[in-house]
Design a protein around this ligand. Structure first.
Ligand code: DGL
Length: 284
């Protein structure tokens, strides 16, 4: 069902969602680049991971979340999850009148700009790699690039366990990345929103000749451009205590809050649990 309502309120919030905590790396960039904006974040902590689920399931979950975010009359939505961007973005865009942006296209664009030898690696969940979405965008931007995808399913649990700098993470990263090093890539897309949190490990293993691309930065930049173009950039500096940032999850709010506080320097005051299944869609 198409949302029929068009936004005009510059100071309406932005909706951001992810399967869990990974999207906070995108929120962090939005906070840095457009600090006036209000954000409603939803992390689907009850149903994470999305990376091992089917396209149909991830699309159904994503539609429920969009419906929830729309109850806040958000002016735009950022799909801060590569898997949901790969599987559901096209359908979400078709059904919504407010702009919805994902993280894949911005990441692909910057990678196609920074590569010198045209050999680009993508690391992501099994779903994102299997969808070949990065390949599609990258070859549209530059048909001469060669793309090497590698699913790295163990990185998400390692990040969630807090093992950001740890010999175990080092060992697993070496196993995953050696083949990409041997393929002589000069650019590596961190195609999962958790991966920027182990960026230092990944950078050390890949070596300084390889440029790491964090789509979160580029997504926030694209969001700013979009809001500016639509004359929807927030123009009132937030008042202290106004609850500029609100966090919702589908489970384990306290655990989410302490994780979020290790990523975002603003201090997450609260995270509320909601029943996301109540925002069912027609095809449920
Ligand atoms: N946030 C997901 C992504 O960016 C990774 C975690 C998951 O599998 O749900 O693909």
């Amino acid at each position: 069902m198409k949302v029929e309502w068009q936004h005009t309120d510059k100071n309406a919030p932005i909706g951001v969602f992810d399967s869990g905590v990974g999207g906070l790396t995108v929120v962090r960039e939005i906070m840095r680049q457009i600090p006036n904006e209000k954000i409603i974040y939803f992390g689907d902590t009850a149903r994470v991971p999305y990376g091992s689920k089917s396209k149909e399931t991830v699309t159904r979950f994503s539609k429920q979340i969009v419906r929830f975010l729309n109850t806040f009359q958000v002016k735009t939505i950022v799909v801060a999850c590569n898997t949901a961007s790969a599987y559901a973005l096209a359908e979400l865009e078709r059904e919504s009148d407010i702009p919805i942006i994902g993280v894949v296209k911005p990441g692909a664009r910057v990678a196609s700009e920074v590569t010198h030898n045209g050999r680009i690696g993508v690391i992501a969940t099994e779903a994102t790699i299997g969808s070949k979405i990065y390949n599609q965008y990258l070859t549209l931007l530059n048909k001469d690039v060669t793309i090497y995808g590698k699913a790295c399913p163990l990185f998400v649990p390692l990040v969630e366990e807090g093992l950001w700098v740890d010999p175990v993470t080092d060992e697993i990263a070496k196993r995953y990345l050696t083949e990409l090093i041997d393929l002589d890539i000069d650019t590596l897309i961190l195609g999962c929103t958790h991966y920027p949190l182990i960026r230092s490990t990944l950078g050390r293993i890949m070596g300084e000749k390889v440029t790491l691309v964090n789509p979160a930065y580029e997504t926030a930049r694209e969001l700013k451009e979009l809001l500016t173009r639509m004359d929807l950039l927030g123009d009132h500096a937030p008042v202290l205590g106004e609850n500029q940032y609100q966090f919702y999850v589908s489970d384990m709010a306290e655990k989410f809050k302490s994780f979020a506080n290790s990523i975002i320097k603003y201090g997450i005051l609260s995270a509320k649990t909601i029943h996301i299944e109540e925002y069912y869609t027609d095809e449920r």
